[in-house]
Ligand binder design. Structure first.
Ligand code: LMR
Length: 337
């Protein structure tokens, strides 16, 4: 015989167990939401890769994960989005490698060095290789996990006057991303660099707050910058690409099977995005040329050499900031194997 008191406590224990089980079931049925914020248009290499990740992540997790993609700085601008990621207000981003300096990670600015990569193949030796993986690990100290590199492309220089030689840059106000290497690049050309959020560039060009800028054709075209820039030079003088990053705590706390599916989705989205980046940029360049709004210049061999020579001092200056060893390592990786 059990006493009434024991019976009561058994019933309460049973109810507690039931509630706990119900609670756990509700929690496991709860959707995991990934807010993925970015600053470019959806029809760019990054925009398309983000949308592909959403599609695959939701498919592979059977809807357990919902990815909300916010393009065009809808949620946050450049600097804010990194802060938001650290605070956990968004879970995923793909900022340009030129934008990690303000976070205290200067090393990614190595990717901004002028004429560092001769083509996508050279770049991929770094971004798919050991050197690239080591750099992503630097983010851990900031509460961020780096998962992959996404390509955009090689930059054109634009302004409202023709840019044939370094002399043509003298005194021009040029918008740059927040990278000291890019600042050194514009200084080396005799221009006046001005750091500005991506979302503000079109208006700044339109109103003459700045005279020109640099960007891969896909960004220039989708932001309609060609409508407010009379001239551009297909200089391919530098590369712009991204690190795909997540809030470390969020990522580590995910159930292992879910994280595995997301990793698979990201790997495939990366292959897709990096597979279309070059063609996207070529198509954007062609569309701008066809529009006739901007006159595009191709450099002669001598003109190109003058650009290379003018920007050479950037390497020495940047070595002080990001390390001569790192520069040598990335150069070796890009040129080797
Ligand atoms: C820029 O600010 O020019 C680029 O970083 C924008 C982007 O994300 O491609």
């Amino acid at each position: 015989m059990i006493s009434r008191r024991t019976a009561t406590s058994l019933v309460s224990a049973g109810m507690l167990a039931l509630f706990t089980a119900l609670g756990a079931a509700a929690a496991s049925a709860e959707e995991i939401v990934i807010k993925f914020s970015h600053v470019v248009a959806p029809n760019t290499p990054k925009g398309k890769a983000a949308d592909k990740f959403k599609e695959l992540a939701e498919k592979y997790t059977d809807g357990k994960v919902k990815v909300e993609v916010y393009p065009n700085s809808q949620l946050y601008k450049d600097k804010e989005e990194l802060e938001a990621l650290q605070l956990g207000a968004v879970q995923m981003l793909a900022p340009s490698l030129a934008k990690f300096g303000p976070l205290g990670i200067k090393q990614f600015e190595v990717f901004d060095l002028p004429f560092l990569f001769k083509d996508y193949d050279a770049l991929h030796k770094v971004t798919y290789g050991e050197a690239g993986a080591e750099m992503l690990k630097l983010l851990e100290a900031k509460g961020i996990t780096g998962l992959a590199y996404w390509d955009n492309g090689f930059k054109v220089m634009s302004a409202n006057s023709p840019l044939h030689t370094p002399d043509d840059f003298l005194g021009l106000k040029m918008r740059i991303q927040s990278s000291k290497v890019l600042e050194a690049e514009m200084n080396a050309l005799g221009a006046v660099p001005q750091v500005m959020a991506f979302s503000e560039v079109y208006q700044a060009l339109q109103t003459g707050v700045v005279d020109g800028t640099e960007n891969p054709p896909s960004n220039m075209f989708t932001q309609k910058m060609h409508e407010v820039q009379k001239n551009a030079t297909i200089s391919n003088h530098g590369y712009l690409g991204y690190a795909v990053i997540v809030n470390k705590k969020f990522w580590d706390d995910l159930p292992a099977d879910v994280r595995g599916e997301l990793e698979k989705a990201l790997k495939e989205a990366t292959e897709y995005g990096n597979g279309i980046a070059r063609a996207e940029n070529e198509a954007a360049l062609k569309a701008m040329i066809d529009s006739g709004k901007t006159e595009f210049i191709e450099l002669t061999a001598e003109e190109r050499q003058a650009w290379v020579d003018a920007m050479k001092p950037v390497y020495e200056e940047s070595a002080e900031r990001i390390g001569a060893d790192l520069i040598a390592k990335i150069q070796a990786a890009a040129n080797g194997g």
